[in-house]
Design a protein around this ligand. Structure first.
Ligand SMILES: Cc1cc2nc3c(=O)[nH]c(=O)nc-3n(C[C@H](O)[C@H](O)[C@H](O)COP(=O)(O)OP(=O)(O)OC[C@H]3O[C@@H](n4cnc5c(N)ncnc54)[C@H](O)[C@@H]3O)c2cc1C
Length: 401
């Protein structure tokens, strides 16, 4: 595989650069690239406006087919866009769940009516989405979902609780995995419903995280309603659809995320040079190692995504997820070592409302990296997938067995 840009790639890269140079100005440039993973509450309204600017220029939903309103970009072009986006320091996107998870799922499994209703507002940045999978007893073990939906005329009526629902407080809609066959167990009898968030039967309670912000929430459904047509893939077929969304989550959707790592590592190297930590031989070794691993990560990502059109299948997706999440955790720990005692002092902007200061960028990243080895499938779950599907190890014993 030739990793250099061909003539068409060069032209595409220029087009992206030109768009960003012309439009990433004023209030958008002032965000300084913030609002990414772990920092989602920062500058939210400005970032929503930025999403509209991207949409107007045709730079949302790049990988969606043209027939579904996307740009039909190849995987290589998506990589280039994400690289340039990160390099320019453009703000964190506000609708990763809609664009990266629900959109591709609807393109593969939705009805023509569902696509016509839901895809355009995602592309235009008008409707934001959240993912209602996890519950207090159903995280890694997703098949244990207990939230129920029962038919009432032409509506589904939901009751139950979701947890860790990222951005539910900002979302207009939620894709919910729930049990629609009352006597069913495990992965049978589940459905994948599209549920409007702004209604009396939905209560969203933010959860305060280590970072002192609240990106995720508990979501309570108590008589929440959605139209019967809002079931994706048919009633009882939710498990298959839910797994497809997970494959998108572990595949292409994570790509943009890891491209910001280069900027972060450059920042850490600059910090080490500035405060003298770069003279420490152990720190130097660790920084060099981090650079090597990041380079390997990039090549590996490009290799596993080349020729792929759709969700990246395991084991590649599991290896990539395990690799980047563990790398980022180690590197942010190294950043704290380099900061030294300063790591324990809040050095972000003043936050009079909570009586102090905000976390600095590296501090926030260090704390949020703890979450990255959990969401999108924890490290242990990724190793289980690799063990069983690559090494052919026997399936792990189930508690019920
Ligand atoms: C920042 C963040 C955002 C999130 N956003 C969302 C969201 O938007 N929507 C949503 O639905 N969910 C979301 N999640 C939830 C996430 O998907 C779950 O946290 C994850 O699936 C793990 O589930 P759990 O937290 O219930 O932990 P558990 O499944 O209870 O696991 C606890 C520990 O046991 C280990 N473990 C569990 N099972 C096994 C096994 N079979 N073998 C070996 N080890 C095992 C796990 O690796 C983990 O270390 C988010 C989580 C985080 C941290």
């Amino acid at each position: 595989m030739d990793l250099r840009d061909g003539p068409e790639d060069v032209a595409f890269r220029h087009e992206v650069r030109r768009f960003l140079a012309e439009h990433l100005v004023g209030e958008f440039a002032e965000l300084g690239g913030r609002g990414g993973s772990g920092d989602e509450t920062f500058g939210f309204e400005v970032r929503r406006r930025w999403e509209k600017v991207l949409a107007k220029g045709g730079w949302t939903c790049l990988g969606w087919p043209v027939t579904h309103g996307g740009r039909g970009a190849t995987m290589g072009e998506q990589v280039i866009f994400n690289e340039e986006y990160a390099r320019a320091g453009a703000p964190g996107r506000v609708n990763v769940m809609g664009e990266g998870l629900l959109g591709p799922t609807l393109i593969h499994y939705g009805t023509p009516e569902q696509r016509a209703r839901f895809l355009p507002p995602i592309r235009e940045g008008d409707e934001l989405w959240c993912q209602g999978y996890s519950e207090p007893d159903a995280g890694s073990d997703l098949a244990n979902v207990k939230t129920r939906a029962v038919r009432d005329g032409d509506q589904w009526v939901l009751s139950g609780q979701k947890v860790w629902t990222s951005l539910a407080h900002q979302a207009d809609w939620c894709f919910v995995v729930c049990r629609t066959d009352p006597g069913s167990a495990r992965h049978k009898g589940l459905s994948y419903l599209l549920v409007p968030m702004d209604q009396p039967g939905v209560e969203v309670r933010p959860i305060t995280q280590l970072t002192r912000t609240s990106e995720f929430n508990e979501v309570f459904f108590d008589g929440a309603r959605t139209h019967v047509d809002n079931v994706v893939g048919g009633a009882g077929d939710g498990w298959r659809v839910a797994l497809a969304t997970l494959a998108f989550e572990r595949g292409v959707a994570l790509l943009g995320h890891q491209l910001g790592f280069r900027r972060e590592l450059d920042r850490i190297v600059a910090l080490a040079e500035c405060n003298g930590a770069s003279r420490d031989p152990v720190v130097r070794q660790q920084l060099a190692q981090a650079h090597i691993e990041l380079t390997i990560m990039r090549y590996n990502t490009l290799r596993s995504l080349s020729g792929v059109d759709g969700p990246v299948a395991p084991p590649e997706a599991s290896i990539a997820k395990l690799y980047w999440a563990s790398w980022h955790r180690r590197v942010t720990e190294l950043a704290m070592t380099i900061l030294g005692p300063a790591a324990t002092v809040l050095d972000g902007e003043p936050r009079p409302e909570n009586g102090g200061y905000a976390l600095g960028e590296l501090q926030r990243s260090f704390l949020f990296a703890r979450a990255e080895t959990l969401y999108g499938g924890s490290n242990e779950i990724q190793r289980n997938i690799i063990g069983e599907r690559v090494l052919g190890l026997p399936s792990e014993p189930k508690a019920s067995a």
